[in-house]
Design a protein around this ligand. Structure first.
Ligand SMILES: [Zn+2]
Length: 151
């Protein structure tokens, strides 16, 4: 293997969230062994423009906050809605049930087999989306794995 071998993958760098040494592949991606952040080359710009990151959804600036507070990385409801407008199809788990959120016929659909809801606007979804009458924004702490669909 020569020094120019394009298949040499890992390059040392600094994790954008915790600031410790991590390794990046040739695309600028990698998983930090210290904090678990999945680094992505365009995460700063994506966070600024879209309010999210890929693949972890949480924008990098919020991930730094959560790391400082010793919390696990988790998309907030706001991050989740930003993700919906970027990916068009999202999902989360509540009490073991997978819910899908996506655009359908110009509306925002949320639901699973036995529960279908439709909302006209981002504001209406943010304010009124609920599970059994409990507002999504109020029970977000109980929501698991908010992510793009089929993650
Ligand atoms: Zn890190």
């Amino acid at each position: 293997m020569s020094e120019k071998d394009p298949y040499i993958k890992d390059r040392p760098g600094v994790c954008t969230v915790c600031g410790k040494v991590a390794f990046f592949d040739e695309f600028g991606n990698g998983v930090c062994p210290h904090c678990g952040w999945e680094m992505e080359r365009d995460e700063e710009e994506m966070g600024r423009l879209q309010g999210i990151s890929y693949p972890m959804l949480v924008p990098v600036w919020r991930a730094r906050e959560q790391y400082r507070q010793g919390k696990p990385f988790k998309a907030t409801f706001e991050d989740f809605v930003n993700g919906l407008y970027f990916y068009s199809e999202m999902s989360f788990v509540y009490k073991g049930i997978l819910y899908c959120v996506m655009f359908s016929k110009g509306k925002i659909y949320m639901g699973h087999d036995e529960d279908c809801q439709f909302y006209d606007t981002r504001e209406e979804f943010t304010e009124k989306a609920n599970i059994g009458g409990r507002l999504l924004k109020d029970i977000w702490d109980e929501i698991e794995n908010p992510s793009y669909l089929f993650d």
